[in-house]
Design a protein. Structure first.
Ligand code: LMR
Length: 335
């Protein structure tokens, strides 16, 4: 049975390869890159830089179309569209792959990574690299990790201690870990697509959210969230993914050139993401629309203590080897 499936997969890949090659004789290979955020964000800029470099170096061979702000596909259907080859590149947040692999949920565990540098170290090590391949059975290949940044908690009331979140409802990405995280502080959560977050906060459907600064600023969430606590409690990063059959069907030489471009773009995105988030943080402070709350070390520790049980809860699904590997990347290695 397994062999039959493998043979079918190989035939399909060979077919995809043939069609990509014959398409090449007539017209460029088209790569549609769809994402859900604004152009002026780390991911938005990465997508545009990818398009620019491909146009410079592979003109006539590959054409890239970028669709920001859920204008082609949104959270609800983009991964299915990728698997059907209706879109060829996406960079969903790592919280959005739950139905294809549980291992990536490691990135959602609260207070696991001390900062973005620690996340970066994990992504570069063997276990992190291995996770790029964790969805190949679903025809999804991971090409790179792209940073956005650490998440902050925003709400209609000041969140200083975990108890302050009690009874509020937070918008979350579709992740059971994030649901459990808010459950730990007595809060409710609603899984909503990114394109609906502003409206849900504005209308009061939910009263809080967790986002990196760049997403708060570019979606104007600070205009409907009077308080933002600088918790840095988790990470929101991306995996650049393609349809495996499409990707491995690209003629070898062109694929190598595309992968070299991706490496270059990844370097730029990851180098600039932290500064971009800090610039947006400052813009939010300057706007005067939302109060940025700096937590004391004791207050932050209280949030960590409240949310930490989620690690044990998901250890079985994620794999203790994955969690252990992630724990070793902090400068101060803590249990
Ligand atoms: C979210 O849904 O909050 C994020 O995944 C959006 C994004 O792509 O940054």
């Amino acid at each position: 049975m397994f062999n039959t499936v493998r043979v079918m997969a190989i035939c399909a890949m060979a077919f995809a390869s043939l069609s990509a090659t014959s398409a090449l004789a007539d017209e460029p290979i088209l790569i549609k890159f769809s994402h859900v955020v604004a152009d002026a964000t780390p991911k938005g800029q990465g997508a545009l830089l990818f398009k620019q470099l491909v146009e410079e170096r592979l003109a006539g061979k590959v054409k890239v179309e970028v669709y920001p702000n859920s204008s082609l596909f949104g959270d609800a259907n983009e991964l299915e569209a990728l698997r059907n080859n209706d879109v060829q590149l996406l960079a969903p947040s790592l919280a959005k792959f739950e139905q294809y692999t549980k291992q990536l949920q490691v990135f959602d565990l609260p207070f696991l990574f001390d900062d973005l540098d620690a996340v970066n170290r994990f992504q570069k090590r063997a276990k992190g690299r291995q996770l790029l391949r964790s969805m190949e059975d679903h025809n999804i290949v991971g090409l790179a990790y792209w940073h956005n940044g650490m998440k902050q908690l925003s709400a209609t009331r000041a969140l200083n201690m975990p108890g302050d979140a009690n009874g509020l409802s937070f918008r979350i990405q579709p992740s059971a870990v994030l649901e459990a995280q808010f459950g730990q502080v007595g809060a409710n959560s609603q899984k909503l697509p990114f394109s609906e977050v502003f409206k849900a906060l504005q209308s009061g459907q939910v009263q809080g959210a967790e986002n990196p600064w760049s997403n708060i600023y570019s979606q104007k969430l600070h205009e409907v969230q009077p308080f933002i606590s600088e918790t840095n409690h988790g990470v929101l990063d991306y995996m650049l993914v393609s349809n495996s059959r499409f990707w491995y069907g690209i003629p070898h030489q062109i694929r190598m050139e595309l992968e070299a471009i991706i490496d270059e773009v990844t370097y730029v995105v990851n180098k600039q993401a932290e500064a971009a988030n800090q610039a947006d943080r400052q813009r939010i402070v300057d706007s005067g629309r939302s109060q940025v709350i700096n937590l004391t070390a004791e207050q932050r520790q209280a949030w960590r203590d409240a949310m930490r049980p989620v690690w044990e809860q998901f250890q079985g699904q994620i794999g203790s080897d994955v969690i252990k590997a992630a724990q070793t990347v902090n400068r101060k290695h803590r249990e």
